[in-house]
Ligand binder design. Sequence first.
Ligand code: KIV
Ligand code: ZN
Length: 514
Amino acid sequence: MSARIKIFDTTLRDGEQTPGVSLNIQEKLEIARQLARLGVDVIEAGFAISSPGDFMAVKTVAENVKGPVIASLSRAVEKDIDRAWEALQNAENPRIHTFIATSDIHMKYKLKMTEEQVLERAVAMVKYAKKYCSDVEFSAEDASRTRTEFLYRILEEVIKAGATVVNIPDTVGYAMPDEFGKLIRGIKENVRGIEKADISVHCHNDLGLAVANSLAAVMNGATQVECTINGMGERAGNASMEEIIMGIQTRKDFYGEMVHNIDTRQIYRSSKLVSKLTGVNLQPHKAIVGKNAFAHESGIHQHGVLAERSTYEIMTPESIGLSQNRIVLGKLSGRHAFEERLKEMGYNLSQEEITKAFEKFKELADKKKTVTDRDIEALAGEKVSAVEEVYKLDSFQINSGNKVIATATVSMFRNGEHLTEAATGDGPINAAFKAIERSVGFEVHLEDYSLKGVTEGADALGEATVRVMKDNRIYVGRGVSTDVIEASVKAYINAINRVIHDHGKESSGGRETI
Ligand code: KIV
Ligand code: ZN
């Protein structure tokens, strides 16, 4: 009989706890919609009580995303559960996810509670959550460092109280695959009533073993895996969804016929979207979704792949939705061909968005001989991070060199008004950013700036990402152009527009995390 593995995605909760990442509600909704297309079983949309922004994000996702179960995290306290339910109540399939730490070290130093007190609280809070919702998940935080007999006992009791899922987190990424697999097997064999609940695992990557531990758990009876896109998360991150799924998929000979609901062809788009909206670039050699994951550099490998793909490729790029970097369009291509290509690549843009993307495509095709899928992706991707363009770049001029002070003049439009400011700085980018700030009349703190080539070659499209801080909130801006300074200036203006867009609105910045 084939096992059914459920995917619980926590990109919007644990993933958003990645240092320096803060998504606004619109961005969370965009990611949640993509997760639904990807086919995840559960979306943990946030930790409702942690901030008004998180509450609104859970509520918005609950009310707008149909298909997957929508979960909110809550500590094992009544007010957290009340708030989680308030946010979830209109979901098609709501789940309250409540947790309490069960390891000696957490109970003694963090909770200052005994085993008996923790057990009593866990049972009471599962019962409390059940009054609202039939689907209740209980997590024994730091389960992998919990005294095994106590873990069995608390799981047995919460299942009796009505928990439909029991989650075994390796909260600090301490477990080894063999050991973690045995822990799951032990739970399956020793916890009375365990057949009434899904066994879930939630592994962190502190020792680089989150995926290995999750897969070991699946081999030993876990039926739900908690993970994030691109392995985003607290510290070294969480188990990466794409690695788990492609592991199970590619090694059917080893894992057997495991049934899951993921449309693997949506993996690449999901990864790109999360990376774009969070501003966290992937290492090029990241498994499955890194820029080099399907690149063959050595001559011997290239020769092998040309002769027979399977010599050096254990899965195809198409299986994750990565179309070959075909040269698709040129200067003379029409809107129809462009639109068709967008559709083939899985983009669902409105006519207005297509018109904007097509204008950008024409500009690019004027500068670049050939436009590839990667370029189109970068142009279409600008749409996902779209906010109202309060400030729009008109022109800029830079004077810089190794023996002169860099000077920048930047002209922008604001509601038809033309604004021009000049500034000097430590280098051309810094000078341009300062000139922009002069025009907008407020300052932001630049936390991070990166620039990468979308494709190879001297005429490659450059993609700049900036992460700025304003009033304790992080804003990510992106810009693409064949000119790296223009890409950077656009990214900075995009971040400024985001600050303006969010001003006065709640985002999840400054929230309490666990
Ligand atoms: O890492 C952890 O233990 C968690 C739980 C709250 C599930 O994130
Ligand atoms: Zn976690």
